[in-house]
Ligand binder design. Structure first.
Ligand SMILES: [Cu+2]
Length: 201
């Protein structure tokens, strides 16, 4: 009897989870990068404060796919076109400082990492980086970026594990502060997830 009660409780729990998934469209929010650490993760872990709603849902930076030909508008790339996450687009944190930056070495291998709360069927992962002399004083735009990804990881429509790491070589010839834009393109929706990480070469 005791076991049966537990099973029933578990079944109710699953049903509730399913209902929540459906009510949020089933694809609203579900992954971010933590290596190098992304702006949304810095907000979530409290390193950067007063970020607004993103601090509760770093996995929710979901926007239209197809970057750079389509995708989020210039100035809204880091928020994936979500105005409620506009804090992520600003070159300054909500308290006015520079975004904390991860030290990286150009020309060397780096292991990028994603954390997923929903493992969507995936087309690929692509990584972009800002160009030498990019404008650090405005919201990130296509004109700031090398629009050819320095790393593409095809995923063939598979679902990733909860934590996914892959290695790639960081571009050489960059120095000082830059932004890496990671894009996770979902195979079976019109969307992708965006994560901006501040780095120092
Ligand atoms: Cu999702």
């Amino acid at each position: 009897m005791r076991t049966k009660t537990k099973l029933s409780a578990a079944a109710v729990g699953l049903a509730t989870t399913g209902a929540l998934m459906l009510s949020s469209g089933g694809a609203s929010g579900h992954g971010y990068t933590d290596l190098p650490i992304s702006r949304q993760k810095l907000c979530q872990n409290g390193t950067v404060t007063n970020c607004g709603a993103i601090q509760w849902e770093p996995q929710s930076v979901e926007g239209p796919k197809g970057f750079p030909a389509s995708g989020p508008a210039d100035g809204q790339i880091c928020s994936g076109n979500n105005t409620r996450f506009a804090q992520l687009d600003s070159p300054r944190t909500p308290s006015g400082g520079a975004w904390p930056a991860t030290k990286v070495n150009g020309g060397q291998s780096y292991t990028f990492r994603w954390q997923f709360t929903a493992m969507h069927a995936t087309s690929d992962f692509k990584y972009y980086v800002t160009k030498p002399g990019w404008n650090q004083n405005h919201n990130l735009s296509r004109s700031d970026l090398n629009l050819t990804p320095f790393l593409t990881v095809p995923y063939g429509g598979q679902r990733p594990p909860q934590t996914l790491s892959h290695s790639g070589t960081l571009p050489s010839g960059l120095s000082g502060r830059h932004v890496i834009v990671a894009v996770w393109t979902v195979a079976d929706t019109t969307n992708a997830f965006y994560a901006c990480s501040d780095v120092t070469f």
